[in-house]
Write a protein of this length. Structure first.
Length: 281
């Protein structure tokens, strides 16, 4: 039986300082049938020169409507039986492709596998292992429990689910996992597959208002009424929660943080923290 073609779409914009490690990690898999598709949003920082050093199948550099649009564009070019995208500031760990191909032997079936990630916090110069958790769709409606960088799926699942929603800027992967779970099997595999990098220009975080609104929209569409209420209550108090967390909780004063928002914690308990971290991190 021939090895499956694995197609990796790399969306990027002005990340020349990171993308070389990303591309090297794909080439370094030494997988005989690999397709690399780089979709660049019109970088002006030398990205093109870096990309030209690698055996890239397709390279497109032009303005787009955002990350989801870039990924969709790349997936339309992809020929692989196994698909994934890898952001240009993340990278794969050795043997990731071999482990994924073993897990997705039946490429004709709609299915997705995800592994663990090494979370790399560059500014703090620390790292943390985050293993893949058992799939639970109910939990997925209130928290993105799947690391995108460590996720691969069959073409059959992509075709059954459809493309990413172009209007999504922050929840494009999370919302797609939920849709995909209606069309195929999603399951974890044990190995760590990728490094997910947090850095100064990292897109998520800082309670970005657009990100908060996208998450609230997703929760309203998919989560229970209780979780919808919790997320909206936390979103309304988000600046104050962030301020007291930074002042008290990070310095061992978690109870003082809770006292600052006692009414919220009395009503919803520790579920406040679950919503807080989705909206803030």
């Amino acid at each position: 039986m021939s090895l499956p073609l694995i197609s990796i779409v790399v969306p990027t914009l002005n990340q020349a300082s990171f993308i070389e490690q990303t591309l090297a990690s794909i080439v370094g898999q030494n997988w005989p049938r690999t397709e690399i598709i780089v979709i660049d949003g019109g970088s002006t920082d030398g990205t093109r020169e870096v990309v030209q050093k690698y055996p890239v199948t397709h390279f497109i550099s032009e303005l787009d409507r955002g990350q989801a649009d870039a990924i969709n564009k790349g997936m339309r070019l992809a020929k692989g039986e196994i698909l994934a995208w890898l952001n240009s500031d993340d990278y794969y760990l050795p043997l990731a492709f071999a482990r994924v191909a073993e897990a997705l032997k039946d490429t004709g079936r709609p299915q997705l596998v995800y592994g663990g990630c090494l979370l790399l916090f560059e500014q703090e110069q620390t790292a943390r292992v985050d293993a893949a958790q058992p799939f639970d769709r109910e939990k997925l409606t209130r928290g993105d429990t799947i690391h995108q960088a460590a996720t691969f799926w069959t073409r059959a699942l992509w075709e059954a689910t459809g493309e990413l929603t172009p209007e999504h800027h922050f929840i494009l992967d999370w919302e797609w996992w939920l849709r995909a779970s209606e069309h195929g099997e999603l399951r974890p595999i044990e190995p760590l597959l990728a490094v997910y990098r947090f850095h100064g220009a990292h897109k998520s975080g800082s309670a970005n208002p657009r990100r908060v609104q996208e998450i609230l929209g997703l929760v309203e569409r998919h989560a229970t009424r209780e979780w919808q209420e919790i997320f909206h209550a936390v979103a309304e108090r988000l600046p104050g929660l962030i301020a007291s967390w930074e002042r008290f909780a990070k310095n061992g004063g978690y109870r003082w943080h809770k006292l600052r928002h006692l009414d919220l914690y009395l009503r919803y308990g520790e579920k406040v923290n679950a919503a807080f971290w989705q909206l803030h991190v």
